[in-house]
Design a protein around this ligand. Structure first.
Ligand code: G3P
Ligand code: CA
Ligand code: CA
Length: 279
């Protein structure tokens, strides 16, 4: 759009959606062009309205095929099989690799340079169904949203066998809900999985019984060790019933895909991408 060209022609480009809001007076949700400190140019979605706006979409974690088990599309765990010799998996939680597009972010993985370029103070997480249906137009498609003070997920290695379950988990941060509640979060997961967490938090680098590491438990704080049914992303090795627990949405399908029985998550949460925003 015209204002994007204006920024480039002016020789001064916004580095984040917050800067776009504060310095360029942009207050409309949408796709914008941002530029990193090193000059890399990319397009992403800016949420300019939630809780004061200025949120930059930096990543989407999406499960394309739960039957795959650490195969193609499992960029947030391993695309190269479940293997103890591949403890960090693809390593995309910590590296500077980028992939996907903002337009495709509800139906595929997305990671842009903002993930490592923007210094976030807050992080918000959405479980949207369709990016083009923004929350004002279609509130039913936003499952829930929350934000918290930033903790750098990269400080906590997402790697098999770095520590024991619960004791060596990363931080759990209380969340503020914009849509949804602790009750709706709890209900996304199966009855057995619910015994393993308290809702109302986000947790980084949670570890399971077999010392497999996941990256994020969105909406939950583990109190048990069977975290593979509600935490996402991870390293390249999940020993239990190998390779059944390996993948971007780990073992959301342990008792059947979308069945919502026993350890299995609901179809709704299984099929929703997880969007990470920085501000
Ligand atoms: O994570 C669940 C698993 O460790 C136990 O499953 O099938 O014995 O109930 P199951
Ligand atoms: Ca994926
Ligand atoms: Ca288990």
């Amino acid at each position: 759009t015209s204002h994007q060209f204006h920024f480039l022609c002016a020789g001064y480009a916004p580095r984040s959606c917050k800067q776009l809001k504060d310095d360029f007076n942009v207050h409309t949700d949408g796709l914008y062009t941002l530029t990193t400190a090193d000059g890399a140019v990319y397009q992403t979605f800016c949420d300019m309205t939630t809780a004061g706006g200025g949120w930059t979409l930096v990543a989407s974690v999406h499960e394309n095929n739960l039957y795959g088990k650490c195969t193609v599309g499992d960029r947030w765990s391993s695309q190269q099989g479940d293997d103890p010799r591949w403890p960090e998996g693809d390593g995309n939680w910590a590296n500077r690799n980028v992939f996907g597009t903002a337009e495709g972010a509800t139906s595929d993985d997305f990671k842009n340079p903002g993930y490592y370029d923007i210094r976030a103070e807050d992080v918000s997480v959405w479980h949207p169904k369709l990016l083009c249906l923004m929350k004002k137009n279609n509130p039913t498609f936003v499952f829930f949203f929350f934000f918290f003070f930033f903790f750098n997920v990269k400080r906590f290695q997402v790697k098999f066998n770095v520590g024991g379950c619960i004791t060596n988990n990363g931080p759990s941060i209380p969340i503020i809900y914009d849509h949804g509640s602790r009750a709706t979060t709890t209900h996304f997961y199966g009855p057995s999985a619910r015994t393993q967490f308290d809702a109302g938090y986000i947790t980084f680098r949670a570890i399971n019984t077999e010392r497999a590491a996941t990256a994020i438990c969105s909406g939950t704080k583990p109190k048990g060790c069977h975290i593979e049914h509600f935490c996402i992303g991870g390293g390249g090795h999940f020993p239990e019933a190998r390779p059944r627990q390996c993948g971007d949405f780990t073992s959301f399908d342990w008792n059947g895909y979308g069945s919502h029985n026993s350890w299995s998550a609901s179809r709704q949460i299984t099929e929703a991408a997880v969007f990470l925003f920085y501000r």
